[in-house]
Design a protein around this ligand. Sequence first.
Ligand code: ZN
Length: 63
Amino acid sequence: MPDDDAATVLEAVERDLEAIDAAMQRLDVGNYGVCEVCRTMIAEATLEADPTATRCVPSCVAA
Ligand SMILES: [Zn+2]
């Protein structure tokens, strides 16, 4: 079903765009690159691998 595939890809792109949009908003307010859970700086290498990363490590959870 080519149409279903296209819809799935579109959904994935929309999610990516939302993540990028959220990252841009964090840049605006000055907390881009700060872990949303523990508030430490996210490693540069992590941000290079995923510019929309919101956590210092994917497994970071609130204490
Ligand atoms: Zn963290």
